[in-house]
Design a binder for this molecule. Sequence first.
Ligand code: 3PG
Length: 220
Amino acid sequence: MTAVPSLPRLEPVLSGPPVIPVLVLDDPAEAVPLARALVAGGLRMLEVTLRTPRALACAEAIAAAVPEAVVGLGTLTRPEHFAAARDAGARFLVSPGLTGALAEAAHATGLPYLPGIATVTESLIAREHGFFEQKFFPAGIAGGAPALAGFAPLLPDVRFCPTGGIRIDHVGTFLALPNVFALGGTWLTPPALVKERAWAEIEALARTATAAAAAAVQST
Ligand code: 3PG
């Protein structure tokens, strides 16, 4: 097999605790105070998902108004999403899975990219495409922390960011694994709190996650 190029890694770009809120946003006016609340709670890595018509505008608004945030774009499921994400200023990219066309589009951006994998075979395929950092998704039903612990001796050169079904109680367990460099999820931005614009409560959730990550990193 011919060598494939490697993209820059996300791990060195991580700013603050290795906890990445996964955001579903469609209103730039709501996106900015939400991002400010998360940053105030200590979380700077923000993944805005392409699940709404105005997701790109939300990502651009956060990047412009909240310079402490490192804004990435996720749920990239079509090749054309990649150039759009790069053009919107995304600092990192995430997909729930991987295809050959997505791999090619990801390489063309030159940005850190986490393709989604749920099994050893999928991880091997992603590694063959040159991706050594991968999203383990959906972590909860794909075997959780025990599954990732099982991957470690088989895939010593692959680092994972689990998402999907992760809540505050799981932060310590996942971050204690040697092959986990970060984790993410939507639990930090419950839709009911976002709807009520309960920014102080969201900041408190972020603060709790920041403390849990700090405790986990300290004990490893
Ligand atoms: C993702 O795209 O990573 C998931 O939607 C996050 O899953 P969660 O909603 O269970 O956190």
